[in-house]
Design a protein around this ligand. Structure first.
Ligand code: HEC
Length: 272
């Protein structure tokens, strides 16, 4: 056998061996356990508030009168309004859309792409001849907040079928790839210096990054999805901002949420 061919075959086998999402997740969990031994993995669903007692105190006081409560209420009304054709959101989702967020994002085998909850909401509108909602807008935030609320306490159960490995791997690469003027990857901040400070902000663990969306941020003065946060983290390092629900961000969300498999959903939440 020619050496070149042998090497190609070897690489083929090696890259197949690399795509093992469950092994990735176990290693991810182990990393944070060793890095922050005093913190239970489950506690990371509260992000930076799992890492600092004083900030947690302040946050718990805020959560007594949660700023996302109105969003959940309005989301419930919006969700129940019928489309012009008489159908409604309940017709588009399993279990009428209630308590299902733990399965999003998922890889749609027919479409060959990752479908996030927000994209599914807009796909539902498309299918019923309704105009798409703005991904940064209040209506999308409210509807997804209501759907998240009905999924509280459920545990992430993300699947990566064979056909989805490429999308998963792309998301994983995005997470570990350095970019922007700072030349930082997601992992540079949320793994390498997790628990450390960046401009008075404590850096949260990526295990727990997916549990609590959408989130009311005081900085935004509204509720927003996880991809809006991706946008800001990218901007912080001086990297190009990608569009909400672009393929790259959906694949990233897919990878990140898989890393949160087994964790409890506690969205919506509030953050500074
Ligand atoms: C320069 C450092 C830096 C980089 C690089 C960075 N982030 Fe962040 N990120 C932050 C800071 C600071 C916060 C706010 C404090 C916190 O919750 O960690 C944050 C918050 C987040 C949150 C919200 C956490 C919560 O509890 O609500 C998510 C999700 C997140 N980042 C994901 C990412 C992803 C994905 C990437 C890569 C595309 C990334 N970040 C890159 C600094 C960074």
């Amino acid at each position: 056998m020619k050496a070149g061919l042998f090497i190609l075959m070897f690489l083929g086998i090696a890259s197949q061996a690399v795509a093992d999402p469950e092994a990735d997740r176990v290693a991810f969990e182990k990393f944070y356990k060793e890095r922050l031994p005093g913190i239970e993995i489950a506690a990371h669903k509260d992000g930076a508030y799992a890492l600092d007692a004083a900030k947690r105190e302040q946050w718990l006081e805020i959560e007594d009168f949660p700023p996302y409560e109105i969003a959940v209420d309005e989301g419930e009304s919006l969700f129940s309004v019928a489309f012009a054709n008489g159908k409604s959101y309940t017709d588009c989702f399993a279990n009428g859309g209630m308590g299902i967020k733990q399965t999003y994002p998922y890889f749609d085998l027919d479409r060959g792409e990752v479908i996030t909850l927000e994209l599914a909401i807009n796909n539902c509108r498309d299918a019923n001849d309704e105009a798409q909602l703005d991904y940064m807008g209040e209506e999308m935030g409210n509807i997804s907040a209501y759907m998240a609320f009905t999924s509280r306490g459920n545990k992430f159960d993300i699947k990566v079928p064979e056909e989805a490995v490429e999308a998963y791997e792309q998301g994983k690469r995005f997470y570990y790839e350095r970019r922007g003027q700072l030349d930082f990857a997601c992992s540079s901040c949320h793994m390498d210096i997790v628990g450390g400070l960046l401009r008075a902000e404590i850096l949260s663990a990526s295990i727990g990054h997916a549990t609590h969306w959408p989130t009311y941020r005081f900085k935004w003065e509204q509720i927003g999805g996880i991809q809006r946060r991706f946008l800001q983290c990218n901007e912080q390092v001086g990297a190009e901002s990608l569009a909400q629900q672009s393929k790259a961000y959906r694949n990233l969300e897919y990878f990140l949420t898989y890393m949160n498999n087994g964790m409890e959903l506690n969205g919506p939440a509030s953050r500074r």
